[in-house]
Design a protein around this ligand. Sequence first.
Ligand SMILES: NC(=O)c1ccc[n+]([C@@H]2O[C@H](COP(=O)([O-])OP(=O)(O)OC[C@H]3O[C@@H](n4cnc5c(N)ncnc54)[C@H](OP(=O)(O)O)[C@@H]3O)[C@@H](O)[C@H]2O)c1
Length: 304
Amino acid sequence: MKAAQFSEFGGPEVLEIVDLPEPHPGPGQVRIVVHATGVNATEWKIRKGELSFGAPLPQTTGRDVAGVVDEIGDGVTDVAVGDRVFGVSDDGAGAAEYTLITHRSIIPPSLGFIDAAGLPIALETATRAIDQLGVTSGRTLLINGAAGGIGSTAVQLAVARGARVIGVASAANQHYLSVLGAEPVTYGDGLAERVRALAPGGVDVALDVAGNGVLRELVEFAGGPQNVVTLADFDGAKEHGVHFSNGFVDGHGFRALATVGELIETGRFWLPVERTFPLAGIAEAHRVSEAGRIRGRLVLVVKS
Ligand SMILES: NC(=O)c1ccc[n+]([C@@H]2O[C@H](COP(=O)([O-])OP(=O)(O)OC[C@H]3O[C@@H](n4cnc5c(N)ncnc54)[C@H](OP(=O)(O)O)[C@@H]3O)[C@@H](O)[C@H]2O)c1
């Protein structure tokens, strides 16, 4: 089967399309015919060698996937051959014609493969982070980096819980954030004043998704490091005593894959796909992702 991989860490040019043996599912896994694969910030960080989950080289890439089940492993009862599913590719091998998935759910009926492929990691990560912060109805959450894939998802999940959300994003994304249900403010000098104008007494909790070195300010707005979680600022977390939320932990965030359908069908959740690329265009997709300023998601169309 065709799959993307890299044999050395480096720029997007290290990505190549190669022929690899088709995988077959073990217990609890299903194999899908991949129709679409999400590309997000974590993919290029792994490719550059900035982030590691311990996989040896050569390494495959791509974790968010959507497709059709064509083989099932022992013990699988939640889905059947022919089902449309989305989830996270085991071993990060989703930029390929076939992949194995353990964490999965049926794709909501109104979603196509391309839109579904942008969702799994964003849903898992955003759910985990706002659960760790205890975001519930009536609480005020500040999200720094609210317009990217994870930020947009966290905004809408928190609003659906009845929370008030203040979102920090670039000037170009202010209107977009208000459409998602957040009160938007811009980054940079004067951030404290802009947040205080909206929340004079501070916020209850704060989530850092952008990782652009503002944890000291977030700790101040939220009244202490215990009320802040970062997903992207590892060094800042250590410096300011903030929790760095990492990994799938017990996988509970994946429950959002099964429940997002109701939000989508009732018009309360939408994660735009900013651009699509063919599988052979994966290097360009990584370049665009790495350049940043993505609104929503980038997706590779593997089978149309
Ligand atoms: N810890 C975990 O479990 C976990 C899991 C998945 C991902 N992550 C991390 O979470 C972060 C966000 O991931 P994502 O997939 O949501 O990324 P993304 O879609 O590319 O979004 C990145 C966001 O950062 C903002 N931003 C602020 N300053 C920026 C700058 N100087 N350059 C580029 N963007 C800037 C952008 O918004 P504006 O354009 O409005 O500024 C955008 O909203 C990444 O660092 C990723 O590695 C962590």
